[in-house]
Ligand binder design. Structure first.
Ligand code: ADP
Ligand code: MG
Length: 340
């Protein structure tokens, strides 16, 4: 039995805006896997397996979070899931995918590539060195207003049904999956799809459309040479919606529907995680069916999957309460164990 890695914490640097505004830095990494939060009425220390502070490079996060081992487990046939959570603007997308390209002809610097691209590179390297029949394919989904949308299908994203079967568990019907053999091909594809999520009614700032949905990106199937289909590993990246939206009230119309849906799925996820954190003998029924998000994540959270969680936080005094709630959420997630 393999335990999932406890959450890793990433503290991003203060942004220009925060610095200009004169925000204080209230989060400090003490260097021994602990995060210290100190502000006027708060003084708390949290312990984790890995803490990355503002100076940590994308490469350091890849190597230090256990991501490389997770890629190897996926190749060995396990279902592996990485999920990034934290409030909007805390660095989830940056950690998973890196910064956006400055323009089509000026992609982001290779050193800034996120966990996803690094994992794909690692998968491709392994598939070459094993000179095997490893076939890689990717899919890209988004949950928006409790609809599962396929971001790889051409044209406007279409909603797909989420079904359950005895043999497969929860699965998305007619989900598009694309074979890939080079890093450029897969990176281009995903960046295109990513720009599609931001394209619809998108504006800069905390209401950016991409933060509204949860992107589930992409279960990468890794069949073993000559093995039975059940030995297909998967590697799934989940960019969760900003956790602060859970408390949003007073928003009207479409935005309130959106906030409610995000609310529902993040609460459902938190609920499943806290039930899973109970000792095995004391566990009751785990309500995966409460949201599309928890249904999609059921396998990785509960049963047979291996999960890597990255909690992203801002060091700014302005984000104090969200930071504390992210750290508490992460501490709870720490106790979940699975038997892949
Ligand atoms: P989220 O996806 O959680 O809403 P983003 O990943 O979009 O947050 O990050 C918000 C901003 O902070 C972006 O401008 C991003 O480039 C910047 N940022 C986040 N993490 C880092 C980091 N570790 N180093 C430098 N800039 C970062
Ligand atoms: Mg984001």
């Amino acid at each position: 039995s393999v335990s999932p890695s406890p959450p890793a914490i990433r503290v991003r640097p203060l942004t220009c805006t925060e610095t200009r505004r004169g925000d204080r830095q209230v989060v400090h990494s003490l260097g021994d896997g602990t995060v210290h939060v100190s502000a006027a009425r708060h003084d708390a220390t949290f312990g984790f397996s890995a803490v990355f502070d503002a100076g940590a490079s994308q490469e350091a996060v890849f190597e230090g979070s256990g991501m490389r081992q997770l890629v190897e487990l996926a190749i060995d046939g396990f279902s592996c899931t990485v999920f990034a959570f934290g409030q909007t603007g805390s660095g989830k997308t940056y950690t998973l995918m890196g910064p956006l390209a400055q323009s089509e002809t000026r992609p982001a610097a290779p050193g800034l590539l996120g966990l996803m691209q690094r994992s794909f590179a690692c998968l491709l390297e392994q598939s070459r060195s094993r000179s095997s029949d490893l076939a890689l394919s990717a899919s890209y989904l988004e949950i928006y207003n409790e609809q599962v949308r396929d971001l790889l299908s051409p044209g406007p994203p279409c909603a797909l049904p989420l079904r359950w079967s005895k043999t497969r568990g929860f699965y998305v019907e007619n989900q598009l999956s694309v074979d890939f053999e080079s890093l450029e091909a897969i990176a281009d594809l995903l960046l295109q799809a990513r720009s599609q999520t931001q394209g619809l009614g998108h504006c800069c700032g905390p209401r950016g459309r991409d933060e509204a949905g949860q992107s589930i990106t992409p279960p990468t199937r890794v069949p073993q040479p000559g093995a039975c289909p059940s030995k297909q590993g998967t590697l799934c990246f989940v960019d969760l919606a900003g956790s602060e939206r859970v408390k949003e009230t007073g928003s009207s119309g479409e935005l309130s529907v959106e906030a409610n849906n995000i609310n529902r799925s993040l609460l459902a996820l938190g609920h499943c995680i806290s039930l899973l954190a109970k000792p095995r003998g004391k566990r009751t029924h785990i309500p995966y069916r409460d949201s599309k998000l928890t249904r999609l994540l059921a396998r990785s959270l509960g049963g047979s999957g291996i999960t890597l969680m990255v909690a992203c936080i801002s060091p700014s005094s302005h984000c104090l309460s969200e930071t504390l709630s992210t750290l508490h959420y992460a501490s709870r997630a720490r106790r979940v164990t699975t038997r892949p």
